[in-house]
Design a protein around this ligand. Sequence first.
Ligand SMILES: Cc1ncc(COP(=O)(O)O)c(C=O)c1O
Length: 371
Amino acid sequence: MNTEDIERILERYYSMDYHYESGRVLGSMYTAVPDIVLKAFLKFYQSNLGNPGLYPGTVEMERSVIGFLLKLASGKESYYGHILSGGTEANITALWAARNMGYRRVLMTGDAHFSLLKAANILNMPVKYIEMKNGVMDINALEKNCREKDIVVATAGTTSLGYIDPIEKISEICADKNAYLHVDAAFGGFVIPFLRELGYLNTKFGFDVPAVRSITIDPHKMGLAPYPAGGLVARENIFKHISVPAPYLTSGESETLLGTRQSGSVAAAYVAILYFGWNGYKDMVNECMNNSEYLKKRAEEEGFETEPFVMNIVNLRVSNTEHVKNELFKLGWAVSTNPSYGTLRIVVMPHVKPEIIDSFLIDLKKIVRRL
Ligand SMILES: Cc1ncc(COP(=O)(O)O)c(C=O)c1O
């Protein structure tokens, strides 16, 4: 086929998909990335950190990105990490390493991300659900249930409400019981450090909490890197516990779950960090929080109840949530729901601006009035 015809076909499929530039994707932890970031992705599309000897430049960029993640997580430069395909792979890897280190059971709340259930399932480890109190892990319930050789997963920025489990108290219990503590900050890792600097909260979630051993932080969420760019950082070299020989590769071993790893996204994550820098991310978080406040205020003016929010994930109470969601999709709004809370869940990413919020609320009101 000639390229014009191919482009016409691509256009047809492109127009079928949602795009973040439209502003109408309200339920995803993603947004359109700057051109310079995309340029890096395309320039390095051949990079494969599964075979690092061929890509020493990309290896250096990965190390720099890990350095930034460690800064976000109050870690030391000498700590370990990899850019992986996403939060799912990072969580699976952390639990895989912990399992190989002799830990045997996973403790988490019902609001932990489903990737942890996948991890436990793949690793054939039992899961003990710990009760929640006000949307976060109940410390008394953890104290009662935690034993030696458990893996406790705390979430810093739950997918549903954006809440932070009480990590410092969880750490004390883990230290006391000799349990492994993994923090899933896939979303919150690029938010909490800035919320702290902006004066919103004073919560610790990283390696400045003594028992925290590994942390998931994803550049491809609030780090504004393109997929696939999840991150896993660790206080000790947990990767050596999952390493296998890979004689045909330059490294002679493989210490990540995937073999071939699309690493254009590592270059892109590196460029996103250069482009935004600490202060750029802070300004972005500030704007997202202002817009979250705006959404809450306007929604309440329109008669909707909202859940208290901690980071830029705002939940609106709506009856018949699934029906409302479907009607919103018909009007071109891609929203998600939290069935267990009976809410519409809006992730206030940088493209969710006040004018988008206003037109969304007009459509939402119309739908709810019709009910
Ligand atoms: C807290 C948390 N952990 C893990 C994940 C999984 O990340 P991914 O979809 O990049 O695999 C998500 C995704 O939304 C998440 O919110």
